[in-house]
Design a protein around this ligand. Sequence first.
Ligand SMILES: [Zn+2]
Length: 291
Amino acid sequence: MVDTLKLGNADLFRVEEMAMISPLAFYTEDEALIAANWSWLFPKYVGEDRECPSIFQSWIVQVGGKIIVIDPCTGNGRNFPDFAPAHMLDTPYIERFQATGIKPTDVDYVFCTHLHMDHCGWNTELRGGKYVPTFPNAKYIMVQREFDRWDPRRPGHVSIPQNVGTFENSVLPVLEAGLAEIVPANHRINEHFSVEPAFGHTVGHSLLRVETDVREAYFAGDAFHHVLEVHYPELHDKAAEAPDVELATRHRILDTCIAKNALLIPAHFPDPFGGTVSRKDGHYHFTPFSG
Ligand SMILES: [Zn+2]
């Protein structure tokens, strides 16, 4: 499946890897909150059995003659016995990518919001028994703080079961090919693309701000997993490395999106994948993008 979106002078293409579901209880078990929001949550954001759709997808943005890929998903054939939905995938991700009319060799930049397995896997692909960069002409932009967090060569490195092998398979080959550009968390790539800190979900998690001639878009990675976290940023992210920092990050992103009327595009939201933010009845309010 491929979706396209025109944002002024920018063309956005969505490349889906897969859809999975996660239980609503992963986000909240507050029955009063669930009841108060059920009318708009069901069935789009929470299904019959209290299961929430979660999409694994990348975005390609083309503007000003440059092409960037944001968060290249999980990759095929990766060994994740502790995370069944992503274990040994065999999806036509590259075929879907090419169906946009853009070839992997056309890509100028790759940006990973963070280095969890579902955000950097297609940095590389297996060829002849070896992981090689999928985008051989791209600069792979990664934030130093995040790179260091996952570098197993550093003393005191702490791994997590769901991410085993990710740095070795999806990051190191890019580094060894001379394609990695390790940057500070505030970094301007060009006149349209900037990296900004969005720490919390992981210690170096960052976002990509895209400037077009009509409005800005914030590719916010996993700062928000579910739309409820936009409405209630205080909801605890069970996967967060630094939840308190993430709370401040969420407020900053939401307030910025309101002030700029910017488009917010988190990594895993279901159709239509992004939207705008406003304030209503003392809460943040997410309005899905309608074109
Ligand atoms: Zn993720």
